[in-house]
Every structure is written in structure tokens, then in C-alpha cells.
Design a protein around this ligand. Structure first.
Ligand code: C5P
Length: 204
């Protein structure tokens, strides 16, 4: 089982999907679970500052992973907020642990896979990149999706999200002690994937 953690727009999602393909394993993007909770809440007009309302939004978590709304800015912001609640994290825990424990292995990516969901993972990567590089990537990605944005706004948002994800009390974003660090700042996608495969193979 391979755990891939890291901050927003670090490249961890692309890397996790490539690892899943390379090692022929199923993949779960755990950020989508938090985004699905956020989207539920947003659609209901629920208040993300009230933990009980966020917890209610965990109830029916069927979602279409290709739904563009899951990746919209308001939903991203609400996802970051609801993920700080212990009850929300607990509600999503079992689904992730079961996926991680399936026969034959799996790749999961998120913020706390190597630290909380699967501390005994066979291989762990912590993928990062400078906030500036991540903001540039996000701007390009949003543009490709037909959602033009301003670099400065995106950078501020990334820094704010890093701060919230790293400073929360429960399951904060941090590198597991036994995770390999992969800084993709100076690497393109192909180089990042090649390096990720090398680092994982070294741990298996
Ligand atoms: O990875 P992604 O940006 O899609 O994650 C959306 C939000 O979900 C993040 O801001 C983060 O706070 C939260 N998250 C989390 N734990 C995970 C995955 C995502 O707290 N394992």
C-alpha cells in the first residue's frame, strides 16, 4: 500500500494516479471525500463554521469525481474548513482505511495518509513544491478548465490553505517520519513521476 501526502497543487494527485497505473493498483483521492462533504454543505446552504452541520453533510457521500463543482474555489475553501473537525474526519476514516487495506494493495493520496490512515504503509511519499510554483500550476490548471484567475489571489489562497491544513489540531498536514520527501519545484510532470517511482521502489 502506497501513501502519498502533500499540500495543495504539489503534484501529489498526478503522481498518485501515475503510481497507481505503474504498479497496477486502485487509487483513492481522499481530498475528494472532503470536497464531497463541502459540496453537500454548500448545496444545502449549511454553515461550515458549525461542526454539527458539517457532520450532517457526511451522510450521503455519493459523488461524481468528474463534477467540476467539487474543484471550484468556494468548495475548496469549505473543504479545508470542514476537514478541521474531528467528527468529520472520524466519519470518513473507515472508508479510507478499508480502501487502504484491500487485498493486493492500493494508492491513497491526501494529507494524513502516511500519518493517520495508514501508518504502516509499505511506501510513503511526501510531495511538496514552493508556494509560488504551486500557485503558477493552479493558475494554469484553472485556465485550462476555462476559469481564469489572478496569480496573487491564488498564491494567497494556497498560503492560507497551507496554514489551516498544517496548524489544525487533528491530523495536521506533516511529513511522516518514515516518508520520502519529493520536492517537485524544479521538476516537470514526467521527471516528478520518474522520481516518485524510484523513491517508492526503494521502499518496497
Ligand atoms: O487534496 P485536496 O486539495 O483535494 O483536498 C481538499 C481539502 O481536504 C484540503 O484543503 C484538506 O484540508 C482536506 N484534506 C484533508 N485530509 C486528506 C485529504 C484532504 O484534510 N486526507
Amino acid at each position: 500500500m502506497i501513501a502519498v501526502d502533500g499540500p495543495a497543487a504539489s503534484g501529489k494527485g498526478t503522481i498518485a494516479r501515475a503510481l497507481a497505473k505503474h504498479f497496477d493498483l486502485p487509487h483513492m483521492d481522499t481530498g475528494l471525500l472532503y470536497r464531497a462533504v463541502a459540496l453537500n454543505l454548500w448545496r444545502w446552504g449549511g454553515d461550515p463554521t458549525i461542526e454539527f452541520e458539517a457532520l450532517r453533510a457526511c451522510g450521503d457521500l455519493r459523488f461524481d469525481p468528474d463534477d467540476e463543482e467539487l474543484r471550484s474555489e468556494p468548495v475548496s475553501r469549505i473543504a479545508s474548513k470542514v476537514s478541521s473537525y474531528a467528527s468529520v474526519r472520524a466519519a470518513l476514516l473507515q472508508r479510507q482505511r478499508e480502501f487502504a487495506a484491500q487485498d493486493g494493495g492500493a494508492v491513497l493520496d491526501g494529507r494524513d495518509i502516511g500519518t493517520v490512515i495508514a501508518p504502516d504503509a509499505d511506501a510513503k511519499l511526501f510531495v511538496t513544491a514552493s508556494p509560488e510554483v504551486r500557485a503558477q500550476r493552479r493558475v494554469r490548471e484553472l485556465l485550462e478548465r476555462g476559469m481564469p484567475s489572478h496569480y496573487e489571489d491564488v498564491l494567497l489562497d494556497i498560503r492560507a490553505r497551507d496554514e489551516r491544513d498544517s496548524s489544525r489540531e487533528i491530523a495536521p498536514l506533516r511529513q511522516a517520519e518514515d516518508a520520502e520527501l519529493l520536492d517537485t519545484s524544479g521538476l516537470d510532470i514526467e521527471q516528478s513521476i520518474a522520481e516518485a517511482i524510484r523513491l517508492v521502489e526503494r521502499q518496497l
